[in-house]
Design a protein around this ligand. Structure first.
Ligand SMILES: [Zn+2]
Length: 188
């Protein structure tokens, strides 16, 4: 399991958390705040841009936000393990599964199910990972804000995807993934 779960942590520790105002996309940096959390900063900077006249599509594309539910949103992982790697994130800044209220916990799984269907249709993978890491010791890259990773897997993908020096070879870029997933979520 080790090689499977640690890349998420590794990418965040090396990239996201060392940045000033982690989670704020460069093009949404007009938002003046810093909540000290990748996921809270992401949604706040997207909402700020929309409130200040940016189109929802443009702001949400910048943030990699593919879908909003009532209690959770779905965004692309900026450091994907495979193409189609998304995260289902409760809006509430809470650090464990037991702290989620029932509606939020149910929606988290509802959205994971929708994601599985969409990834199946879009990517035809051989399998999936759905994962929640609670606590830094368990491999959570963003330990303060619970999130569920969902990603398609292919037989042998650990061999060709994982290369040296944090570089991953992915068949499509994030912008393409966002467009495909955004369109798929909008259909239903
Ligand atoms: Zn947060």
């Amino acid at each position: 399991m080790d090689h499977l779960w640690t890349p998420w942590r590794y990418a965040y520790v090396t990239s996201a958390e060392t940045k000033a105002r982690p989670g704020v996309p460069d093009s949404l940096s007009a938002w003046p705040g810093d909540l000290g959390c990748v996921f809270c900063n992401l949604i706040a900077s997207v909402d700020f841009a929309i409130a200040n006249g940016m189109s929802a599509d443009q702001a949400e594309a910048a943030g990699g936000l593919v879908h909003r539910g009532k209690h959770c949103y779905i965004c692309l992982n900026a450091y994907p393990y495979t193409s189609g790697h998304v995260m289902v994130v409760p809006f509430a800044h809470l650090d464990s599964l037991v702290l989620l209220d029932t509606d939020t916990a149910h929606e988290l799984i509802d959205l994971a199910q929708r994601t599985e269907r969409l990834l199946e249709r879009l990517y035809h993978p051989h399998g999936f990972n759905f994962g929640i890491n609670v606590g830094r010791a368990a491999g959570a890259g963003v330990a303060g804000h619970l999130h569920l990773h969902a990603l398609p897997r292919w037989a042998g993908d650990t061999n060709f995807m994982t290369t040296i020096a944090e570089t991953r070879i992915l068949p499509e870029d994030l912008e393409t993934t966002w467009k495909r997933m955004r369109a798929a979520f909008a259909e239903k």
